[in-house]
Design a protein around this ligand. Structure first.
Ligand SMILES: N[C@@H]1[C@@H](O)[C@H](O)[C@@H](COP(=O)(O)O)O[C@@H]1O
Length: 261
């Protein structure tokens, strides 16, 4: 696992957008896995800037969604499908045909989960999966004690996650669904490159557990320790509890440019 400590969220966004742009130059039809929440927004903004300036061509890029609320209509402004359309597809000029995501309003949710998991494989797998992290260490919506080999499935949110996400629902926790569909941890680990972005001191405990804690289902993000190409990008505040922070800085400063992240 590589840990890159950046000065702020904007720098993290630019670094990751740069890696995505590099991937798209090498593989124009790359499948990018995107996350929701507020943390990844600087990535999408930086990538959209590159598209506007002509530095990267997204005309053949494909986008896959990480997770979804169950029970919100697809056109609800806070369904993750709507969020991805608004924050990713439209700014990057990517059409709906190049998008894939789980159907949170399906009648048979289990079948929708299995279909999505299968579709990801049939699409050739995700090339780069961007992840945020919950304050409880969740990735996607894999809450603590999720199986580390889980596949896409329905999960029940913790009250902590519902409270954290209430800000997207007018601060009203009662509007936050209890159930979600999420790519499983085993599904996420199949992406060729995992890039987790975390900013702010509210994520410092979760990042310390992810990077330096034991591999344990109680911190789902610690599963990144199992992946051969995982990059954790953190700002100074989110890095605040890392014992090896100086080592991570030293390693990054001395890294050959050609390696990328
Ligand atoms: N399912 C999403 C996660 O993918 C995201 O990482 C997390 C953190 O969100 P934020 O980046 O807003 O803190 O929120 C939600 O729970």
């Amino acid at each position: 696992m590589e840990v890159v400590i950046v000065p702020d969220a904007k720098a993290g966004g630019e670094l990751i957008a740069g890696a995505m742009a590099q991937l798209l130059r090498r593989k124009p039809d790359a499948l990018l896995g995107v996350a929701t929440g507020s943390t990844p927004l600087p990535v999408y903004q930086a990538l959209a800037d590159q598209v506007r300036s002509g530095a990267v061509d997204t005309s053949r890029a494909r986008i896959a969604q990480l997770d979804e609320y169950v029970g919100l209509p697809a056109d609800h402004p806070e369904s993750y499908r709507s969020v991805v359309r608004r924050e990713v597809l439209e700014p990057l000029g990517i059409g709906p045909d190049a998008f894939m995501g789980p159907d949170g309003s399906a009648e048979d949710v289990q079948a929708a989960c299995e279909a999505y998991d299968k579709a990801l494989g049939e699409a050739g797998g995700i090339d780069l999966q961007l992840l945020g992290i919950g304050t409880d260490g969740h990735i996607g919506f894999n809450e603590p004690c999720s199986s580390l080999v889980s596949r896409t499935r329905i999960k029940t949110l913790t009250e902590q996650t519902r409270a954290d996400n209430a800000r997207f629902f007018e601060g009203d926790v009662d509007q936050v669904p209890h159930h979600v569909i999420t790519q499983g941890i085993g599904t996420i680990l199949e992406a060729r490159h995992l890039v987790l972005l975390a900013t702010g001191e509210g994520k410092a405990d979760a990042i310390a557990a992810t990077v330096e804690g034991p591999l344990a289902a109680v911190c789902p993000a610690s599963a990144l320790q199992l992946h051969p190409h995982a990059t954790v990008v953190v700002d100074e505040a989110a890095a605040g509890k890392l014992k090896f922070a100086d080592y991570f800085r030293h390693a990054y400063v001395n890294k050959p440019d050609w390696q990328g992240i």
